[in-house]
Design a protein around this ligand. Structure first.
Ligand code: COA
Length: 208
């Protein structure tokens, strides 16, 4: 079983957040980057990819810890090419892996997909990527194996009033969490400005 999820918030990213999405993807270790993109890719490739993601109509959910994006799930509706179908991709930074985040993010992606009339969701990963396949299995995905690649096809149920309300509630919660994190960070920064670095030891000594 996975360990408990680290504290943080999951929310949708805004189109103006391509830069932080890029920074997150660039923080992936070598193996995670290869697993995410299906082959070893350069930093320049990742930069171009992140800049393009929001322009293609992707819905990106992110997991933030202290304002830093540590995991993301991208949902790409196929639009007119394949109506009712979408692709999804996941990235969790190494120190946050195996804590249940990929599973939680896939739940959010399925909810977003069903609420947009998407009935079929495809996840592609390398054959060695057992963790991704295990997550897909938890959602009853049908797995097709190629030589070095696996495609997992998941069915998303029809939208209901409840599923729409669930997504709206999650968005609201994410927004509130983002505001709280921003407030906490701003308060911390203000505190740092009031007490110059190096004074901590002096304060402790005076308090003792
Ligand atoms: C793949 C990835 C998205 C999974 O997210 P995660 O947060 O690490 O995964 P979770 O903790 O939610 O779940 C992992 C599951 O795999 C299982 N698992 C871990 N290592 C495993 C292994 N070697 N073999 C089989 N199952 C494994 C865990 O036990 C857990 O299953 P459980 O909840 O039934 O116990 C994440 O590790 C990642 O970003 N990897 C790099 C990029 C990538 O591979 N992206 C996917 C391709 S787009």
């Amino acid at each position: 079983m996975t360990e408990q999820v680290a504290p943080g918030i999951i929310r949708k990213l805004w189109a103006g957040e391509a830069e932080i999405f890029k920074d997150h993807l660039l923080r992936l270790d070598v193996e995670s980057r290869r697993f995410r993109f299906g082959s070893a890719v350069s930093a320049e490739f990742v930069e171009r990819y992140a800049a393009r993601a929001f322009r293609t109509g992707a819905i990106v959910h992110g997991y933030f810890v202290d304002g830093t994006l540590r995991a993301a799930a991208e949902l790409y509706p196929m639009g007119d090419v394949l109506p009712g179908e979408a692709e999804a991709a996941f990235s969790v930074e190494r120190e946050f892996q195996n804590h249940g985040l990929g599973t939680q993010l896939l739940e959010r992606v399925i909810l977003a997909a069903r609420n947009r009339g998407i009935g079929k969701l495809c996840l592609n990963c390398l054959a060695q990527n057992r963790r991704m396949q295990q997550i897909a299995r938890k959602f009853d995905a049908e797995l097709s194996f190629d030589i070095d690649e696996v495609t997992a096809a998941l069915k998303a149920p029809f939208p209901t009033a409840l599923s729409l309300a669930q997504e709206a509630a999650a968005d609201l919660q994410g927004m509130a969490g983002a505001v709280l994190q921003a407030q906490r960070l701003a308060t911390g920064r203000m505190f740092d400005m009031l007490i110059p670095a190096g004074d901590d030891a002096q304060i402790e000594a005076e308090a003792a």
